[in-house]
Design a protein around this ligand. Structure first.
Ligand code: SF4
Ligand code: SF4
Ligand code: SF4
Ligand code: FES
Length: 954
């Protein structure tokens, strides 16, 4: 039985004062206060002392930032040297003899601290940072209780607080102008929102141009708050409720970066999520979502009692868990008796843990007796799985995030990391500021195209739907200009496939001059970008849903892999093909066998040897034919052959395309079971509601975009009494298929037994290593940061032919604009979590971005209601007029259900995987004065369902 390690609050990450040198050459040996210490060349004396357990006072230094040397409290003496150098800015040298403690040094330090104290409120006992303030600690250590300089005279003690940010305050009276916040914003986050205004005594930290934090460029990442040594920048929860008492290290439940956090609690209340410096995905950084937007977990809208009803017009009835399981199992079995065993199915969640996802697919295959299981990855990254498996042999990204630090040229295609993967964006920007080149491929001017200290070398602003033509043209230039990595191709790739592909890609139809009319990218600029990518030593490609969510999504993914192979950019650090996954556990839900044709580990259900393995372990007969994908389930529901659906942690009514069709399908079901933390849009059509548990309420693991399996650890008990894995287990038992796990670690042990890439994974090992990148097995016992080193997983790399086929969705006279969709930083996916936090103060409704030319043509002004029609439906959004989008293209997000963004999107989908073509919808936009018909109906239906919920609660 697995026993988790205790994680007391005292276990906050140690601070070594200055970072380790990035490149470790040799080592030096020195003596600090009598301790012989060996440290890497380039390390500071402060770091060396800290490594030996010698604490040198410090205020402006911290190990997440380069040394700055402004406060002068870290002075030391060095034998044979004059003066008192700052230990944070002085490098350790061979043979140095350093003294950190002496009366003289302490006298100097006391003097500095007294100066700080003379302009600082002396209310330590009542201060919210009492016990966590480095100035307080330093003063105490030096025995400073008051200041010789007195407290009279002009000071900053009455300076006004900035409380504009919903999550933290800035109190200038507590500020010691150490620049840690400014440096954190510049160096870690890369936003450059803070400056120090004025000189000498007048120096004052300010956001933007003397603006409030809320009005400035600040993106609320919290890095300044984390790095502030005093209470000047502090979380409002801490100011209001005091310091936390315990912490649990866990993983963010938002995006596919998978940041590690310390959830810090007082009693059962989470007060703060502190980014974990040891977290390998984030190394102590975070974004507004993971750092601050956790309040949804205890929001009043949480539903904590199981509920059932006969029809969606009936009021909900709260019942016991036992009754809910019995009722659900009876209804599903009745449906199967009436309509056949294949008339029911399940949808797994990319927000739930690996263990929970594994159990849902196991229940469908073993208890439902069919393979009708699918996951929301169907609608986001299923083309990644297909495309990378076909070309490279594994359905996953090739690198660790820190690989980007070695890239010389980076393509970002169809992704907007600043908004959707912010912590990775910060790493990327750091590398760009060091001089790496950037090629952005996106119809829209995303933040990376031009922001503080960042300017893309090329912004290839292609037309939606032309990805394949673009990627082919890039490869065409590489091959026809002789820029390919001939040795790499000869050694690592299939010869015959390469020969055929080379012939295909060299064809004139793929030349930039010919693709220009399809992509809209000038041939000369595309040629320049291709040359740049092919000639820099390390070229890395990062892509997102702007690649996969197309009718040729899988083809583009294969085209990207072709380009990486052709330029020899695979199998080492600094290169690779890197899908940026949307939700926290998209990679994991795919790994865990959520697709109807694949068992865990991407093994086809039709393979008798694979089936036998699972049949032996699960003691059940498995059906050899793939089951229904999500769109097939909806079609079958509408046609009457599919009648029962179990949806765990997904909101298909909001997230899936062609809302009219989805609603029709959901209304056609005889039993819809929704398991979620809120009564989401899908649950309004449900007959059974099983309360879910948030990531804070359970144990498990998430797998991020770098294949990193990270721990999710229970911080509070499930509000509804059961964690999601326990609910699935009980439902399976009620259906007659026994499951009996006492802890999710046992589920992981089963996954490891059955899945070759997970053979070496266990909770003990995850706890020991912090996280593990799969494959983790006998060949790689501690995991695999870089894939395809020396050889591709499939053996030889496969160049797939990637002919461009235009999407059926084209601009016409009736629908002359192409609409594409994306995300905003402060909201997440369908918004169910972030809309229930103060993040909505940053973005409270979906809007339509439209170019000034298109707006003017249509008489649309900023803020007007704008009707958007497509052949699927119509909706109304407020217009934002901006040249972020090019003429002929409009853009929106889908975070708010009443926006109806998916009422407009069509049911076009990827030829290989059925991933919907969210990124291309031909629309017309007109100025209107009232909501659309669907929006009115939606609001009426939502009100009715809320009334039916109120009746249950009453
Ligand atoms: S919260 Fe982040 S973006 Fe805002 S000022 Fe602080 S470091 Fe900069
Ligand atoms: S706000 Fe905090 S981190 Fe920033 S300069 Fe002041 S004391 Fe230093
Ligand atoms: S970058 Fe992603 S994983 Fe990290 S804190 Fe933000 S939302 Fe969470
Ligand atoms: S900690 Fe070294 S000068 Fe401030």
């Amino acid at each position: 039985m697995y026993h988790p390690k205790a994680n007391p609050i005292a276990n906050r990450d140690a601070d070594f004062g200055t970072p380790l040198p990035i490149k470790i050459g040799g080592f030096v040996c020195l003596n600090v206060d009598g301790h012989e210490i060996t440290v890497p060349e380039g390390a500071s004396i402060m770091r060396a002392a800290a490594e030996a357990g010698v604490k040198v006072p410090k205020l402006c230094a911290t190990d997440s930032l380069d040394a700055f040397g402004s406060c002068r409290v870290c002075l030391v003496e060095i034998e044979g040297r004059k003066g008192y150098p700052a230990s944070c800015t002085t490098q350790a040298e061979e043979g140095m003899v350093v003294t950190t403690q002496s009366d003289r040094l302490n006298g100097l330090r006391r003097n500095v601290v007294e100066l700080y104290v003379s302009d600082h409120p002396l209310d330590c006992v009542s201060c919210s940072a009492n016990g966590e303030c480095e100035l307080q600690d330093t003063a105490e250590a030096l025995g400073v209780e008051s200041s010789r300089y007195g407290l009279e005279g002009i000071s900053h003690r009455d300076a006004e607080k900035d409380t504009s940010n919903p999550y933290f305050t800035f109190d200038p009276s507590q500020c010691i102008v150490c620049y840690r916040c400014v440096r954190a914003c510049d160096d870690i986050q890369g936003t450059f929102a803070l400056t120090v205004h004025g000189r000498g005594f007048e120096s004052k930290v300010t956001a933007g141009q003397l603006e409030s934090f809320m009005d400035s460029d600040c993106v609320s990442c919290g890095a300044c708050v984390d790095n502030c040594p005093t209470e000047a920048l502090n979380e409002k929860t801490i100011i209001e409720q005091g310091l936390p008492e315990r912490s649990v290290t866990t993983t963010c439940a938002y995006c596919g970066v998978g940041c590690s956090f310390h959830a810090e609690l007082k009693g059962d209340e989470v007060l703060r999520m502190t980014p974990d410096k040891q977290g390998q995905a984030n190394e102590g950084h975070a974004c507004i979502k993971g750092r601050f937007a956790f309040g949804y977990a205890t929001h009043k809208d949480r539903i904590t009692k199981p509920m059932i009803r006969e029809s969606i017009d009936d009021p909900w009835r709260e019942v016991s868990w036992d009754e809910a399981f019995r009722y659900t199992a009876d209804r599903l079995r009745t449906i199967q008796d009436k309509y056949g065993p294949d008339s029911i199915g399940g949808i797994t969640s990319s927000r739930c843990t690996n263990e929970e996802t594994y159990l849902v697919q196991k229940m469908v295959r073993a208890a439902f007796g069919n393979n009708n299981v699918d996951t929301c990855a169907r609608v986001c990254h299923s083309p990644t799985g297909y495309g990378l498996k076909t070309t490279l042999g594994e359905s996953a990204g090739t690198q660790a995030f820190n690989s980007v630090a070695h890239a010389d040229v980076i393509i970002v295609m169809g992704a907007n990391p600043s908004d959707a993967h912010p912590v990775f964006a910060s790493r990327l920007k750091h590398r760009l500021r060091q001089g790496a080149k950037l090629i952005v491929v996106d119809p829209r001017k995303i933040e990376l195209v031009g922001s503080a200290h960042i300017k893309a070398d090329h912004h290839l602003s292609l037309l939606p739907g032309s990805n394949v033509a673009f990627i082919n043209a890039m490869a065409h230039v590489v091959i026809t200009e002789g820029l390919e990595a001939a040795d790499f191709i000869a050694e690592r790739c299939e010869e015959d496939a390469y020969r055929k592909w080379r012939e295909f890609i060299s064809g004139e139809q793929n030349s930039p001059e010919n693709t220009e009319r399809i992509t809209g990218i000038p041939a000369s600029e595309l040629r320049a970008a291709a040359r740049l990518f092919a000639t820099e030593p390390n070229g890395a490609i990062y892509y997102g849903l702007g690649v996969s969510e197309h009718s040729q999504g899988s083809t583009t993914v294969m085209g990207i892999a072709n380009l990486a192979m052709a330029t020899g950019n695979l199998g080492r650090e600094g290169v690779g093909v890197n899908p940026l996954r949307g939700q926290n556990n998209v990679q994991g839900s795919c790994d865990m066998g959520s697709f109807p044709h694949e068992l865990p580990g991407y093994r086809h259900i039709s393979d008798p040897a694979v089936r036998a393995l699972f049949e032996n372990e699960w003691n059940v007969h498995l059906h050899p034919d793939p089951g229904l994908r999500i769109p097939n389930m909806f079609d079958a529901a509408v046609s009457g052959s599919f009648k029962g659906l179990y949806v765990q942690g997904e909101d298909v009514a909001q997230s899936d395309p062609n809302t009219h069709h989805v609603e029709h399908a959901l209304k056609s079901l005889e039993c819809l079971i929704v398991q979620d933390i809120f009564l989401n849009e899908t649950a309004r059509f449900a007959h059974v509601f099983l309360p879910g548990s948030s990531f804070l309420e359970k144990d498990g693991t998430f797998t991020n975009a770098e294949r990193r399996i990270s721990p999710v650890r229970k911080a509070i008990e499930p509000l509804a009494g059961l964690a999601d894995w326990e609910v699935t287990m009980a439902l399976s038992n009620a259906m007659g298929y026994p499951m009996n796990y006492s802890h999710p670690s046992e589920i992981m042990d089963e996954i490891a037994r059955l899945t070759p890439t997970f053979h070496g994974v266990s909770y003990e090992k995850i706890d020991r290593l912090g996280s593990i990148q799969w494959p983790c097995n006998d060949e790689a016992p501690e995991g695999t940061p870089t894939m395809h080193v020396g050889e591709f997983v499939r053996g030889k790399g496969y160049f797939a032919i990637t002919g461009f086929v235009p999407t059926e969705e084209r601009a016409t006279r009736k629908f002359p604009l192409l609409m594409t969709t994306g995300r905003i930083l402060s909201q997440y996916n369908v918004g169910a979590q972030t809309r229930r936090t103060a993040n909505s103060e940053f973005y409270s409704e979906d809007v339509l971005e439209i170019h000034p030319f298109d707006a003017e043509d249509r008489g649309i002004n900023e803020g007007d209601w704008c009707g958007i029609n497509s052949r699927a439906g119509d909706t109304v959004l407020r217009a934002v007029i901006t040249d972020r989008v090019q003429p002929g293209v409009v853009y929106t997000t889908f975070h708010f259900p009443s926006s109806g963004a998916n009422v407009i999107t069509t049911d076009n989908s990827d030829w290989a995987t059925n991933c919907p073509e969210y990124k291309v919808t031909a629309v017309q936009a007109t100025r209107v004065t009232e909501p659309s018909k669907w929006q009115k109906e939606y609001r009426a239906f939502a009100r009715k369902q809320e009334d039916l919920l109120d009746k249950a609660r009453a």
